[in-house]
Design a protein around this ligand. Structure first.
Ligand code: UDP
Length: 330
């Protein structure tokens, strides 16, 4: 008998590429799919010669065809940074909505189990802290983040509908801020922004007064949580993230210490609807999956910094779209 097959969408992205590595390591045959709008072939170049890996350059908002059997589908295709939502809002909506619908249809056809990547953004700017899975959220549907938040909320909704109406085996993970090697250097997210600024000798830009909080999870911990959730029998959403909460000002100080930069912090306007606080309640993940994050931020940040340092210097200066203002004004 051949190996069991897994389809991973968003395979050339930060999380997708780490998932490809993990499922290959677990002995599966992996089909990676990506339209490369935000993903990069650099992330999966090391897999391209493998017999057990196949890459499909395809946009999941178009009909998805896969020959033969499929055991699992992991839907990780989506822009995932606030600047992406401003720059490509329609694609962001379509991949969460049409893309998810196509993959659910594929899962039904193949009798495959599907795990979809939802997000802490479904909680919006949360009024409950820390966020439990039972909290319905505080989302502005027409704000700049609405295209992502509502697409992901729709994703959860249609996934549950396929589960209850078609008896499909579904899993929903709500991912909190995650970091690690292969993050896009210039996608505007806070960690690559700060490290990129330190490496270029620029000041670190803290948005607002820096009192907003986030809780950062190292990618290997997240991947372990995804793997365990997929193999579990729990169909409702599960938070996976590191509850170690920190303000963005403190985070900037940590990056200054890590990189040894002599630059300082400068303050810029807070983007609209930027959540003031975010921290996962991971009781469910602990109880259902026996999962807790293992990697301390100090250690995870060191590894991530080494990765960014290893990139071509030229890449450091490609300012793809680091400019919030440029995309928020029309
Ligand atoms: N942020 C910042 N400076 C930057 C980029 C981001 O202060 O150069 C802030 C941003 O306003 C937010 C936090 O860092 O409060 C995390 O932003 P990110 O875009 O990484 O993710 P989010 O959790 O907001 O989706």
């Amino acid at each position: 008998m051949g190996k069991e097959k897994v389809l991973i969408t968003g395979a050339a992205g930060f999380l997708g590429s780490h998932l490809c590595d993990r499922f290959l390591k677990e002995g599966y045959e992996v089909i990676g799919m990506d339209n490369l709008i935000t993903g990069s072939m650099d992330n999966i170049a090391h897999l391209m010669n493998r017999e057990d890996f196949e890459f499909y350059h395809h946009d999941v908002t178009k009909y998805v065809h896969i020959p033969g059997e499929l055991k699992y589908i992991l839907h990780f295709a989506s822009p995932a940074s606030p600047i992406d939502y401003l720059k490509i809002p329609i694609q962001t909506l379509k991949v969460g909505a049409h893309g998810t619908h196509n993959l659910l249809g594929l899962a039904k056809d193949k009798k495959a189990r599907i795990l979809v990547a939802s997000t802490s953004e479904v909680y919006g700017d949360p009024l409950v802290h820390p966020q439990t899975e039972e909290y319905y959220g505080n989302v502005n549907p027409i704000g700049p983040r609405g295209v992502y938040d509502e697409a992901k909320r729709f994703m959860e909704s249609i996934t549950m509908a396929y589960h209850t109406y078609h008896d499909l085996e579904t899993r929903i993970i709500r991912i909190f801020n995650t970091y690690g090697p292969r993050m896009r250097l210039n996608d505007g997210r806070v960690l690559p922004a700060f490290i990129g600024q330190a490496l270029r000798g620029e000041d670190l830009t803290v948005f607002g007064d820096g009192s907003q909080t986030r809780s950062f999870c190292y990618v290997d911990d997240l991947v372990e949580g995804i793997y365990r959730l997929l193999l579990s029998d729990y169909a409702k959403p599960v938070n996976i993230g590191n509850p170690d909460e920190i303000t963005i000002s403190e985070f900037a100080e940590e990056i200054i210490k890590l990189t040894g930069t002599s630059q300082k912090v400068i303050y810029k306007d807070l983007p609209q609807d930027d959540p003031k606080q975010r921290k996962p309640d991971i009781t469910k993940a602990k109880e259902l999956l026996g999962w807790t994050p293992k990697v301390d931020r100090v250690d995870g940040l060191k590894i991530t910094y080494e990765y960014f340092k290893s990139l071509d210097r030229e890449k450091l200066f490609q300012t793809e779209h680091k400019d919030f203002e440029k995309y928020s004004k029309k």
